[in-house]
Design a protein around this ligand. Structure first.
Ligand code: ZN
Length: 351
């Protein structure tokens, strides 16, 4: 069968909105809520939450086939306030292992536990060129030397605390979203791009009046970047789980921004050969541009489910993302390929 048409304007518009919602791991609820509101327009879906805060959308279908599931995550890298420095600036503890050089001079919002937002930026503690000159560039970019300069009057611990900031408050880095010539450039395309792929696939199918061939659960994970997002929330009758997450683009990689990739192996090991074969044959039948690849430093939410004892066939697909966990970029062609692949998978076995 031919696949429903994708509304690419909708896909990009949803993605840009999602990228602009700060959602570091542990503080991802606003992004989960945003996805939930978007999905609530589809009466086909039954929406549920796990206790951990993930969103699960069930599209029920009368079928003898076992249910399947797709997972993608809305949580991102970020930081929390670790310490108040004597000069009133903040030391941070990284969430999900962001590399300091990738966020040096980046704007941040400190989200206080009382619901306020305070603006600031990430700097090295030897930032002034007129004081430190070349030596400033030699300071190691690490937890001790990186600090947040708040855009508020403070020069002491006491004054910073008086702003309403507490140890443990969420610090979100600016995503800096730009769409140009079909490219989408932003922090945290990992994995919001793939959440947008799933939503666009649901919308395309719903608009075309077609449903999946079997019951499907869409699991929107909120703890992936710390390694256990989809460890729970996938029902036990699910036979296959397709993790939708970014493909690694760069030196030595086969993936690029214009294709979807099927990951055969990453740091967590090898995925399920049978499900891989099925996905490859669906891509070939539908003329979906795809690559296969191996990712060097990468673990997925699907593997988290496997490690937690999940008994499913497991695969990983997603669009190529350049400069991942840095200033990321992808292209509409990779997003369309991934969305089509999701639909091809969901519609398999339909007449
Ligand atoms: Zn990811």
């Amino acid at each position: 069968m031919s696949l429903p048409a994708i509304n690419t304007e909708y896909l990009i518009d949803f993605l840009v909105k999602l990228l602009n919602i700060p959602s570091p791991t542990g503080f991802a609820e606003p992004a989960v809520t945003f996805v939930e509101e978007e999905l609530s327009q589809f009466p086909q879906l039954q929406l549920m939450h796990t206790r951990k805060g993930a969103l699960v959308a069930k599209w029920s279908v009368e079928s003898d086939l076992s249910p399947v599931a797709l997972t993608a995550h809305v949580d991102t890298l970020g930081a929390v306030v670790k310490e108040f420095k004597k000069n009133g600036r903040l030391k941070l503890s990284r969430v999900g292992g962001i590399q300091w050089p990738t966020v040096e001079t980046e704007g941040v919002w400190v989200h206080t536990s009382k619901g306020e937002r305070i603006r600031g930026s990430v700097l090295i503690d030897t930032a002034s060129g007129h004081i430190y000159s070349v030596a400033g560039s030699e300071t190691p970019r690490n937890d001790s030397h990186m600090e947040v300069r708040l855009d508020a009057r403070t020069s002491s611990r006491h004054e910073t605390r008086a702003l309403g900031i507490d140890i443990g408050d969420c610090v979100a880095f600016d995503p800096r979203v730009e769409v140009t010539n079909g490219f989408v450039r932003s922090r945290f395309l990992d994995d919001k791009a793939c959440v947008a792929n799933i939503i666009a696939a649901i919308k395309s199918m719903a608009d075309a009046g077609v449903g999946p061939a079997r019951t499907v659960y869409f699991h929107i994970s909120n703890y992936e970047e710390v390694g256990h997002g989809a460890a729970t929330g996938i029902p036990s009758d699910v036979a296959e789980l397709v993790t939708v997450d970014m493909a690694v683009v760069g030196r030595g990689q086969e993936s690029d921004e214009f294709h979807a990739t099927l990951c055969i192996k990453d740091s967590g090991g090898v995925y399920h050969e049978g499900l891989n074969k099925k996905l490859r044959s669906l891509a070939e039948q539908q003329g979906i541009p795809y690559k296969t690849d191996v990712y060097p430093f990468y673990g997925s939410d699907g593997e988290a489910f496997w490690r937690a004892g999940g008994d499913v066939a497991l695969a990983l697909i997603g669009p190529g993302i350049d400069a991942s966990h840095n200033y990321e970029r992808t292209h509409i062609d990779g997003l369309v390929a991934t969305t089509n692949w999701i639909m091809a998978y969901l519609l398999e076995n339909r007449e």
